[in-house]
Each structure stands twice: as structure tokens, then as C-alpha cells.
Design a protein around this ligand. Structure first.
Ligand code: SF4
Length: 245
């Protein structure tokens, strides 16, 4: 595979000892840049694919920094002893070890630059998860499929027009990606996450569409998680807007 010449990744944070981004003890890497702009996003600083200034409590700060793949690999391997070894196939989440989770933003958008890191992690038997909305070009998903052991995939709005208007996503692309993944000879571990957001995702019609989708792929989904509404991103969103004003 042709390697991108500049191997730097744009990230906002590396969170060690994460317990909520996959099984076991994990290191979560938050990559900056997303193909969507969900109004309820809890990490709005990860939507823009550029370094951004913000203003909080009258002080300026920066969201985002570039990191080389060597530097990132070094960081995520610091806690390798806590992850446990990923040596084979597992059926349930509870049987999986810890490891590294790529989150965002949309981590698959930087998938090409993640390849060398994933290769090294697998050489060292480190389990790899990704939290994705799956609104990405098919070729990026194809690369991700080779390296990601566990996919956390969002199901948000299943109406073309509303998906475009509310989150800015091409639903056809999402559905094709999901279907492609579910039809692999070896389907990876897949957890579905459904954010229940009033006015956006929890209306009767959308819930019915989500149920149909879950039913269609039920044999390949190892868990479904319903996420409650929250206001986690509000402060960061305001901090970004203050800079714009
Ligand atoms: S897909 Fe996730 S990271 Fe991207 S805008 Fe939506 S909630 Fe935020």
C-alpha cells in the first residue's frame, strides 16, 4: 500500500486509563476532524480538521496538535502492560482485553496515517477499537477493516433528508458502508451506539427505522448501547464560538 508522505496525525487528546471507550483498560486517541456536525456532539473541538483557537474564562487556548506516528505509538504503548494480550478471536465484549481506541471526531478520516501504528500494535498483540460514525469514503473503511478489531458504530438518523440537514451526512454512503462491513467473510466485532436525542433521533419514525436496521444485522452485532442525552459539549462549543465573535 502506498504510504502518505507526511505521517503526522492531527489529534486533540490522548486519554490514558479510559474505561468507557471499549473493553478493559484502554488508551483513547481523539483525532481531530469529522465528516458530520451533530448538534449534540460532546467533542465539538474535534469536528474541524484544523487547529482552532478558543477562549475560555477570558483566556485563549488551542484545540489540536500534530503528532508523528512514531510519537503517537510511543505514547499509546506506555500502558501496554495494563491492556492484556489480544491473541485471537473472542465472542463477547467481556472476553476482550484492553488496548487502544481511536476516537474523534471521525478517526477513519485519518486511517491511512493510522496504518503503521496499527501494524505495530498488532505485532505486539494490542487490541484496536475505533469509534466511528461511518460517514466516510468506502476506501477508508476498507483500510480500517484490515486493522480495526472492534468497531463502535453510531446509528443516528435514518432519513436521507434529515441526515443531511441535521448532521450533514450522506445516508446512502453510511448504509452502503454498514452493509459492506456486515457482509465480510470475517465480520469484525461490532457494537452499535444509538444516541437518544430529543428533537433529532428519538422520534417514533426514526426509532422504528433503527429497530429495523438492528433487526436486519442482529446476527453480527455483539451489543447495542443507547446513549442518553447530555450537555457535555456545551462549554467547549461556547469556547469555540467566543473566538469566532
Ligand atoms: S459524528 Fe461524532 S464526533 Fe462527529 S460530529 Fe457527530 S457526534 Fe461529533
Amino acid at each position: 500500500m502506498e504510504r502518505v508522505k507526511d505521517d503526522r496525525l492531527l489529534i486533540t487528546n490522548i486519554q490514558r486509563f479510559s474505561l468507557h471507550d471499549g473493553p478493559g483498560i484502554r488508551t483513547t486517541v481523539f483525532l481531530k476532524g469529522c465528516s458530520l456536525h451533530c448538534p449534540w456532539c460532546c467533542n465539538p473541538e474535534n469536528i474541524s480538521p484544523e487547529i482552532q483557537k478558543y477562549v475560555k474564562d477570558g483566556k485563549e487556548g488551542i484545540f489540536g496538535r500534530y503528532i508523528t506516528s512514531d510519537e503517537l505509538l510511543k505514547e499509546v504503548l506506555k500502558d501496554k502492560d495494563f491492556y492484556g494480550e489480544y491473541v485471537g478471536e473472542y465472542k463477547g465484549l467481556e472476553e476482550l482485553p484492553g488496548g487502544v481506541t481511536f476516537s474523534g471526531g471521525e478517526p477513519l478520516l485519518q486511517m491511512q496515517r493510522l496504518v503503521p501504528i496499527c501494524e505495530h500494535l498488532h505485532e505486539k498483540n494490542v487490541h484496536i477499537a475505533a469509534e466511528t460514525a461511518l460517514f466516510v469514503p468506502a476506501e477508508l473503511l476498507e483500510i480500517a477493516y484490515e486493522y480495526i478489531d472492534l468497531f463502535y458504530i453510531d446509528v443516528k438518523i435514518l432519513d436521507d433528508q434529515r441526515a443531511m440537514t441535521v448532521v450533514g451526512g450522506n445516508l446512502k454512503q453510511y448504509l452502503e458502508n454498514l452493509d459492506w462491513l456486515m457482509h465480510r467473510e470475517k465480520v469484525p466485532s461490532i457494537v452499535i451506539r444509538v444516541p437518544m436525542i430529543s428533537r433529532y433521533t428519538d422520534d417514533k419514525e426514526n426509532r422504528e427505522e433503527i429497530q429495523k436496521l438492528l433487526q436486519k444485522y442482529r446476527e453480527f452485532i455483539i451489543q447495542v448501547e443507547y446513549l442518553e442525552e447530555h450537555r457535555l459539549g456545551e462549554e467547549k462549543r461556547k469556547a469555540l464560538e467566543r473566538n469566532i465573535i
